[in-house]
Design a protein around this ligand. Structure first.
Ligand code: SAM
Ligand code: SF4
Length: 335
């Protein structure tokens, strides 16, 4: 029996307390930086079942994990996702789990927000790259801005206090909306993070041409807002700024310009149950094989997770000039 005080500590002394779990590679959007127009999705039998996901997350939470983020693909298009929220939400009473969070494109929030709140979801991150309906459609290829705005309102109405917008800024595509997006966040009492585009998977544009650094975004914001850097952390890679006269925080996720590896506290599990020790490297362990070979043997699974700490790499080495650096799309990995 594995000691309940066991923890996940890697070779560099970093404690892993955060798991991002991708529960589907499918999505109702096809964002230009995330997916190709034509995508081949994984056969369903390769996906972890939701029961397997719940079992896996229990193992992590019994090994000291405090924060779980459910993501995808679009997690809210997975059937019975509310069952999963309920199961994982309950782990807060019996394990080290403190927060259950989700990243979504917002399209299904009108339907799910209240249930998610009741099932124990703590925080929601919602992607929003444009406030112009036509451009929103262009960037997401299929998305309707109005659905997402209604979804954001539904999340507020359901009582979620910690809502954060995520915006990937691309040169010539939406970099003229950097300030408008910040104002939208401030007016709605939300936080916002700006994300540098990462070279994950083949897409139909040259990433080097669309790349917009966090420093450029910050410079645009500094022209109109009074920002002060903050030492606030969510345990993740974001650097945060406060805005004078507002409670909203502005964050930057800058894998290229500000490497965040030395304080990395996280691992990811892909849709098919591959434990990825680093977003930008291929070091991984096939947890699905272990779960299916030894059903219900949680100690066996926990030992595999503990052993995986030996192969967590020191850091990633993204290079925007090479395309693609990592062949998996973000939707498989879980962004
Ligand atoms: N579908 C959900 C959504 O869009 O929020 C969750 C999954 S999505 C992969 C998670 C986050 O990754 C989103 O904020 C998205 O903007 C971001 N993302 C996707 N591909 C990216 C890329 N190549 N570079 C940077 N961010 C990316
Ligand atoms: Fe779907 Fe999210 Fe990828 Fe957009 S970023 S295609 S919403 S998974």
């Amino acid at each position: 029996m594995i000691d309940s005080k066991s923890q996940l500590i890697d070779r560099y002394g970093r404690k892993v307390t955060y798991v991002r779990m991708s529960i589907t590679d499918r999505c109702d959007f096809r964002c230009v930086y995330c997916m190709d127009e034509e995508m081949t999705f994984m056969p369903r039998e390769q996906l972890l079942t939701l029961e397997e996901v719940a079992f896996l997350l229990r193992a992590f939470c019994e090994l000291g994990v405090e924060n779980i983020r459910i993501t995808g693909g679009e997690p809210l298009v997975r059937r019975n996702v509310d069952w999963l929220f309920e199961q994982v939400g309950k782990l807060k009473q019996t394990t080290s789990l403190k927060e259950l969070n989700i990243t979504t494109n917002g399209s299904q929030l009108v339907k799910y927000a209240q249930g998610m709140k009741d099932e124990g979801v703590d925080r929601i991150n919602i992607s929003l790259d444009s406030l112009k309906p036509e451009r929103f459609k262009e960037l997401t290829r299929t998305g309707e801005l109005n659905n997402v705005l209604a979804g954001i309102q539904a999340a507020k109405d359901a009582g979620f206090e910690k809502i954060k917008l995520n915006a990937v800024i691309m040169k010539g595509r939406n970099d003229d909306e950097i300030v408008d997006l910040a104002h939208f966040a401030i007016e709605n009492g939300l936080d916002i993070s700006y994300i540098e585009e990462m070279p994950l998977g083949q897409v139909s544009h040259e990433r080097e041409e669309s790349y917009c650094s966090s420093d450029e975004v910050l410079a645009a914001l500094n022209n109109t807002l009074e920002l002060a850097s903050s030492d606030m952390t969510t345990g993740g890679p974001s650097r945060y700024y406060t805005v004078k006269g507002s409670k909203s925080k502005i964050g930057f996720i800058s894998p290229h310009s500000h490497n965040f590896c030395e304080s990395c506290n996280r691992v990811r599990v892909t849709t098919e149950g591959r434990l990825l020790l680093c977003l930008g490297q291929e070091h991984s362990v096939d947890l699905r094989a272990i779960i299916r070979a030894h059903p219900n043997n949680i100690d066996r699974l926990k030992q595999a997770i503990i052993d995986s700490m030996k192969i967590k790499p020191e850091g990633h080495d993204f290079n925007i000039k090479e395309q693609p650096v990592i062949f998996r799309h973000m939707s498989v990995t879980g962004g």
